[in-house]
Design a protein around this ligand. Structure first.
Ligand SMILES: [Fe+2]
Length: 502
């Protein structure tokens, strides 16, 4: 056991917390908050970044060039009185003074609290959670699912409501930042606040954009409340980006993303490549397969004229890339979990654009890669996957749908569930009825629910059933909206098919 005092005197400068000595070479550095991520049975990764001037023009957050030792401690109580683990990392300019500490040696299946110290400064305290012992039964997993937080379009109220749920984990399915310049791609109802500067294209731009987002108190609250499991969609780089985007810009976006996320060392980017697909286990209750459907698409999105697009059912066409697909199918075969949960970016099940004889294929989603989709679904069927749940972001609406092997065959058995989470703020307040999208429910009977409001998805996983609660906040143009339950569904163990509860 390490007592509280030992943390306070750690570091090169011993001082009184919050009172910088005259020699302090920088101001309050914990402006971007703290985060934890990717919980395992024995630990998690801890994150912070030193940035006394978060929006500094050069992207270095107002830090001097020298490396700074940053101390961390993990405790079993919120006051950090009972410290059970501590260590230090060097925050260096090359990585914008970001800190990633992989903590091990903890007990499985419990809450912890952590904080950092740099010079005389002590960070806010965050809560983290360890996963249950590998392979052991677990009573429950509460997963908050979020995506698409456009700073200009609205307040991040949903993030504070997520923090209040005290989930075991927050799964972020992408569009954590938006690249647009000030006033670009405005919200239909008008922007509530502005990005800094033009479209993000350079490393300094992406660093400043991430820093701007983290100055938002709602976002910092969600990070401090529970470990995050983030994956990336398109706007962390550029709208609907493809491998044709210059490598230097992809590399800049990936580097800034890593610097600002509680990711493990396996995700340190190498130039224009970042490894984000990975698996997490929650005892024998759930396995999370997190996918990257942006980086390895074999052919870029085609233009608005769909005629020249490659055929969606071309067997060579892939949205995951070959290596990730192999890894996923192997994961299905090896999984002994009650629930296999696939977290990914774009709409998975079939979704025609408008009712009518002419089916418009969405090239950006799995509908544009049907051969790829069939290989994945056959993969989980052949592996004998007990229950498959696909989680989706990107679409700025809540959706619930049953998954089938063949959507054109009414007798095709149900093989899983798709739950798509709406945006935190992208698109503004939203509305209760969207005629074009509501009509999709009539022409696609496997789709069960749609609502174009802002919010998040709360997933309560238990051995007997998964309960999906679609939560909304009715306005994001002003802060403080309460969270409301818009709809609730359950899926029972071994019985695919959504059952409406609320
Ligand atoms: Fe989005």
């Amino acid at each position: 056991m390490i007592d509280r005092r030992s943390f306070l005197v750690m570091g090169l400068i011993a001082g009184v917390p919050g009172v910088p000595p005259l020699s302090a070479p920088y101001g309050e550095p914990f402006t971007l908050g703290v985060a934890s991520g990717d919980p395992a049975p024995d630990g998690f990764v801890l994150w912070t970044r030193l940035a006394p001037a978060p929006l500094a023009e050069d992207g270095y957050g107002g830090m001097p060039a020298a490396p700074v030792p940053v101390y961390w401690e993990v405790a079993t109580d919120p006051a950090c009185a009972r410290v059970v683990r501590r260590g230090s990392e060097n925050a260096v300019r090359e990585w914008a003074h970001a800190v990633h500490a992989e903590v091990g040696g903890l007990e499985p299946g419990r809450d912890y609290w952590y904080r950092f110290k740099a010079g005389p400064y002590i960070s806010p305290t965050g809560r983290a959670v360890t996963a249950p012992p590998a392979g052991a039964p677990a009573a429950s997993l509460t997963l908050a699912v979020t995506s698409c937080a456009n700073y200009q379009h609205g307040h991040f109220t949903a993030y504070t409501r997520v923090a209040e749920e005290r989930p075991h984990m927050v799964l972020h399915l992408g569009d954590y930042i938006y690249e647009h310049g000030k006033g670009q791609a405005p919200c239909p109802g008008g922007n509530v606040r502005d990005h800094e500067g033009g479209e993000a294209t350079s490393l300094a731009d992406y660093r400043r954009r991430h820093a701007l987002y983290k100055t938002d108190p709602d976002l910092r609250a969600a990070h401090a409340a529970a470990p995050w499991v983030p994956i990336m969609d398109d706007h962390e780089v550029r709208n609907n980006w493809t491998s044709r985007l210059p490598a230097a810009r992809r590399a800049a976006a990936f580097r800034a993303y890593y610097e600002h996320m509680p990711l493990r060392r396996a995700s340190i980017p190498k130039g224009a490549a970042i490894h984000l697909f990975r698996r997490l286990h929650w005892g024998s209750l759930a396995t999370l397969h997190l996918l990257d459907t942006r980086q390895y698409r074999d052919r870029p999105l085609c233009g608005s004229g769909f005629a020249e697009c490659p055929k969606a059912d071309d067997p060579g066409r892939t949205i995951t890339g070959k290596a990730q697909e192999r890894w996923l199918l192997e994961g299905f075969r090896e999984s002994r979990a009650r629930w296999d949960i696939i977290g990914q970016q774009v709409f998975f099940g079939q979704r025609t654009k408008y009712p009518g004889p002419e089916r418009v294929v969405r090239q950006d989603a799995w509908d544009g890669y049907t051969a790829s989709r069939t290989r994945v679904t056959r993969g989980w069927l052949e592996a004998g996957t007990r229950n498959a749940i696909v989680l989706t972001g990107d679409v700025h609406s809540h959706w619930a749908g049953d998954l089938a092997l063949d959507y054109d065959d009414e007798d095709s058995p149900l093989i899983g569930t798709e739950l798509a989470v709406t945006s935190v703020s992208s698109g503004g307040n939203g509305h209760d009825h969207d005629r074009a999208r509501d009509a999709l429910l009539d022409t696609n009977p496997h789709l069960r629910f749609h609502l174009r409001r802002r919010g998040y998805l709360l997933l309560k996983v238990e051995p007997a059933e998964v309960r999906a609660e679609f939560k909304i906040v009715k306005y994001v143009n002003t802060p403080g909206a309460p969270a409301l339950l818009a709809a609730g569904f359950t899926v029972a163990d071994r019985i695919p098919g959504l059952v409406r509860q609320a």
